[in-house]
Design a protein around this ligand. Sequence first.
Ligand SMILES: [Zn+2]
Ligand SMILES: [Zn+2]
Ligand SMILES: [Zn+2]
Length: 757
Amino acid sequence: MRALSIRVRGIVQGVGFRPFVFQLAERYKLAGWVRNTNQQVEIEVEGGGVSLDNFLRDLRERAPPLARIDEIEADARPLSGYGSFEILESQVGEGWQSIPPDAATCAECLAEVFDASERRHGYAFTNCTHCGPRFTIIDSLPYDRDRTTMRCFPMCEDCHREYEDPRDRRFHAQPIACPTCGPHLWLETEANVSAEEDPIVACAALLVLGKIVAIKGLGGFQLACDGANDEAVARLRSQKRRYGKPFGLMVPDIDWVRRLCEVSEVEERSLASRERPIVLLKRRADARIAAEVAPGLDTLGLMLPYTPLHHLLLQTFGGPLVMTSGNLSEEPIAIGNREARKRLSGIADAFLFHNRDIYARYDDSVVRSLAGTPVSLRRARGYAPVPVDLPFDSRQDILACGPHQKNTFCLVKGSKAYISQHIGDLDNLETLEHYKRSLELYQRLFKVEPQIIAHDMHPDYLSTHVAHEFPAPTALRVVVQHHHAHVVSVMAEHGVREPVIGVAYDGTGYGTDGTIWGGEILLCEWRSFQRLAHLRQAPMIGGEAAIRKPYRMAAAYIWSLCQASEAEFSSFFATLPLGERIILRRQFDTGLNSPLTSSCGRLFDAAAALLGLRQEALYEGQPAVELEAIADADTDYVYPYDILREGDGWVIDPAATLRAMWCEVRAGRPISQIAGVFHKTIAAFTVAVCRNIRDKHGINRVALSGGCFQNALLTRLILADLLESGFETLTHRLVPPNDGGISLGQAVVAYAIATGG
Ligand SMILES: [Zn+2]
Ligand SMILES: [Zn+2]
Ligand SMILES: [Zn+2]
């Protein structure tokens, strides 16, 4: 006989961990107890030595599906002579704990929902300790029903029995519910819908008729319509005022995925994971989907149902549904019933409501497989607020306010970085409100009192104002350059501290010289960086307008970089409206409202315009996304480019590249090939510069970050070329390469500056 005292840390609460421990103890005939405290699960067990060894092994290896074990500590202790094994009351004190994110319906719950003999047959809110809502319904900790939006549903006798039984899958499942005691659904339309009719059947019937329905989901409302109905999808687009940007689709099952897209094993695993993100997949040529779902793209964003409500609806409907955030373009997703009626009534023909409140606003997450690795492009439902482990233990709490576009913020406590869910572009008051409310919730839940506050270098970003106004007068404010934050964010994900060559390619970021950066190759440490190379600058004629009109970027490159060769491009200029061309030229000559940029995103814009692919961008990055979609990289040459010395570093001049592309356009070469060679050329000059830096500074590790690395082709080509040149590479996995990942880098830079680390 021996006795052990055990402490388990990680995500071990709200995941059925105590009943799991209870059942293990029963199985190995051990006595003692288990209880939750704020920071960990504590266990005392006693019994035979072999049984204790088995118990410890199973504790680690057979933990429940939603648990994430970071650490198990076990110490021998004197025997207490316990007669049985018990689950004790929680010990709640000061501190913090991890909370699991929302998880897709588990197989057992799903079987119950579709089994006519079960009491939860057809019930849209079925869940258990292995699945269901978590973070979207919690308003404070410790996690129990009274602190969730389930508090207003008293349990019925049957649910209560399950809730109290440590052998039941629903033991202490806080959102436990059934048709007798739990939330319910109803459908609201202009026309009367009979109260007897099943709201899901009635909703599916409307969708079949081409109607748009606002559905209250897990983290907010979604707008749904028939994904194969051209008219319905086009109407949704114009009513939501979302032009160009692709819509996500929800399909009934994996067979449907295969019918619409090519899907690898890695991608199938992402699709079926309990996080259930939208996964970007290569579209099959014969996929029968409305053209307006993803215009101009060769990919579709697909996801599988993740709540019983979605399963029931998709089974009944029997085909792909557009499932997009319930908002007007650029606004945050709606969560309240009244709010939805007000904000979405101009878009939706009907509402599928329920009466379980949503506490935290969460969009669907997006994942894309890049060079065979699933990478998060939008980190929200299912992922946040699972912390990222840091390679240090900070004694001071840190707040990193994040960027302007695709904003997330990041809070650091100890060795954990809590990165918020995707908040969105901080362009309007609604989104700023969402930001402030989420920040307050995270601070409360994880008990963070920032003593260090990091923010972007851009003086006008709303996130910068948040940092200045944050009520912590003694906190240290740290300014972090955008691309430095990008690169350090990849380094932090991999626990790398040593200097790296950081390739940061994106659309826009405020540089230390006040110009707009975005095609940067930096020598990076956590604390500091040196800008060793960048793309040659061109003016953005008319500022932001140049992003909406990519031909302005093409003109700017031709005039500023390919001087005295306008005649060479005369047939390109002939495609521009004459009046505008004259005004553009005048603006170029005077430099009026034409900030200089070294952005790689803008170079993509110019290339797309030169190929005649897109003259008007409906969203930032659209020209680049379409250039990737048509690109055929199966060629064995690259275009010329120049790498010029400048000070201690280099400038990459793409003038020769653009000239060569234009020559090929005029020679009638297919633009798919030109687009492919363009991608290869970027890879070639990037790796050439990395080699120069390696020769001079002796650094062999390259980290890739920035929005351009959402481009699967560019990522694959650069990684292949780097590998061939013997470089070690770091890419994102946990946080997005786009600006959604920046807050993590800001936090780590600020930590290093504040501590001298
Ligand atoms: Zn379940
Ligand atoms: Zn019940
Ligand atoms: Zn960026």
